[in-house]
Design a protein around this ligand. Structure first.
Ligand SMILES: O=c1ccn([C@@H]2O[C@H](COP(=O)(O)O)[C@@H](O)[C@H]2O)c(=O)[nH]1
Length: 261
């Protein structure tokens, strides 16, 4: 991929060692940090996506490590915290304070389940705390989803897009410099949606997990060559393997993945 600056590689931080003691977790996080340090300044786009769940599973000690990670890389990277939060407005405000104020991340993933007001509030808080570098990704078409009673939720992806576009337009009144702040999660294995006219006309930023360990087609990256949207592809296990493999191997994995971009 030589000529689409909208297609971006993101380093997924999902520390998940086989041994579940805290020391192994800490070592795994530090290995991720070594690669992140090594890459800062060398990557075309410096974006990382820590998965909150892995840090939370170690309680307060895990959160301290997350704080350390964000503080160390906040200036060099755009940090999208994959938390999939949402709630009624009072509780949501507390979630957003956690992400943008206490942790100091630049972006977040949220669920659309609580409706338009919650999406609007997330976008406004993100813009207020972070500015144009901020990103709010609303779950739209995920890499794993229901094939049963709950499939109606994602079958209605067009309505999720429409809601996100309308809220963005209302909040930013066509201010183009803030256009990328609003986004949706559309996984790379959901090609019918990723390459739909609705997505292309939406100007939403797209967070597209699923290539690598989840086996979505690597050709999707090349197919995005002429895509008009910003599309961010996160890779976690395909680079870091949970943080257990040697640093040299992580580096080699990253170099091989960079060739697609
Ligand atoms: O639809 C979704 C939404 C989020 N994820 C998250 O992305 C990473 C993927 O990790 P890989 O190791 O690169 O597969 C992980 O944190 C998921 O929780 C997703 O996979 N699909």
């Amino acid at each position: 991929m030589k000529n689409n600056h909208n297609v971006k590689l993101c380093l997924g931080v999902d520390p998940n060692p086989t041994n579940k003691d805290f020391e192994s977790f800490r070592e795994s996080v530090y290995k991720h940090m070594e690669i992140l340090e090594f890459c800062s300044g060398n990557l075309k786009d410096s974006i990382m996506k820590p998965q909150l769940a892995f840090f939370l599973s170690y309680g307060s000690k895990g959160l301290l490590l997350l704080e350390e990670l964000v503080a160390r890389f906040q200036k060099q990277y755009t940090i999208i915290l994959d938390a999939k939060f949402n709630d009624i407005s009072t509780s949501l405000k507390a979630y957003l304070d956690f992400v943008f104020h206490s942790i100091g991340a630049h972006g977040i993933t949220i669920s659309p389940f609580l409706g338009e007001k919650s999406i609007q509030m997330s976008i406004e808080e993100c813009a207020k705390h972070v500015g144009k570098k901020g990103r709010v990704y609303v779950l739209c078409a995920t890499s794993e989803s229901s094939t049963n009673h709950l499939s109606f939720i994602q079958d209605n992806w067009k309505k999720t897009l429409l809601a996100c576009c309308e809220i963005r337009n209302e909040v930013f009144q066509g201010e183009t410099s803030f256009q990328k702040l609003t986004g949706v999660v559309v996984a790379a294995n959901r090609e019918n949606i990723l390459f739909s006219n609705e997505i292309k006309e939406s100007h939403l930023s797209i967070l597209s997990p699923g290539i690598g360990a989840q086996n979505a087609d690597w050709n999707v990256i090349q197919k995005c060559k002429n895509h008009p949207n910003e599309i961010i592809f996160p890779f976690s296990r395909a680079i870091f393997s949970g943080g257990e493999i040697p640093i040299e191997q992580m580096n080699e994995n990253l170099i091989n993945i960079q060739k697609y971009f």
